[in-house]
Design a protein around this ligand. Sequence first.
Ligand SMILES: [Fe+2]
Ligand SMILES: [Fe+2]
Length: 363
Amino acid sequence: MSTSMASLEAPLEYSFDELLESGEYAEPLMAGDVLCHGGFNQEGVYRSPRILNRKPAILAWQQSLQASGGDLIQISPDLIPPQYPSVDQSVLLCRNGVREPVVRALTVISVVEGFGAVIRDVKVPDLASWVVEPIQGTALSHLRGGLFEAHARDEAGWGEEGGHKQMWEAARDLAFEKPEIPPDVLMRIMGGPGKKRRERKRLFPELDETLESMVTTMCNVLIVELFADEVFRWGKSVLSNSEISAEPERAAAMVGYIQSDENPHVEYLRTALSELASRTLKTVDGKTLAGKEVVDGMLHALLGQMIRTRPADQKEQAHENLSELFQNAANPSGLKEEFLSLEQNWSPPERTGFEPQAAACAE
Ligand SMILES: [Fe+2]
Ligand SMILES: [Fe+2]
């Protein structure tokens, strides 16, 4: 590590191995009989994996950005759609012996966490040739140098160690005592009704295609990571309910450990995107474009779409076999009525907060 700016406490340059370092734990984290990442210190407090240097590094990059006049991207928590079925609906179903939708939802979450490993395959162009200002000592210059890899390992596990995929499975199995998993979970995720391929045309065709694609993926993942706040709130509330959970404390604690691991994901992504937004990008035809225009434009487009489609998709998926499942309950029509009486109506906010400048002024 070398200190590039004497005024900052933590260095701005790290090697790949340094960003992946976890340090020592007094006790490892076990999810059932699976060894997981992270662990506990002497006081029994959980410590996330790979944050020994990654955490101070991200903070140092954020301070450096702000010291040079850059702003950190803030996405409003008002944009986060609620999880479906809601906590109350999920508890109602489980209480009536209809656990499938909740077991399915938890399994889907674990599978999606495992998909997080694709972040290590994101292609990073030669940034120095597409960004006008220097990028040394930034999160942006460490994406391939450990940040994407640490993120991938956190989500999907690495080697012998389980990651979030295995931790969500463990939370589910603790609460519901190794429930039967619906056999079509994966099939529905891949080809379910909500997963119709949405054609996306390039928003910034004047940019290098690899650069645009990287920004798109990073914005997408940042939004998913932020929306996960609601998934964690839901997961902890449902799994800690002693009426329906066999291990309320341990299951909810496991979700809490996963949640604390997500913080560095949100932070490095918004830092790197903010760094890009405070710089100038070169286009393929030799002109330039403000990074802010690209990052804000991308976030606006993706958020605008996701806050509208995600709630509808989740609801459509849940309702696919709900009537059939209600038939197993003691009083199918009564249960259905009560379930529907708990529907929450959520409408996405009018604005994403990343509206293009001209439009924002015109309103
Ligand atoms: Fe995760
Ligand atoms: Fe994550």
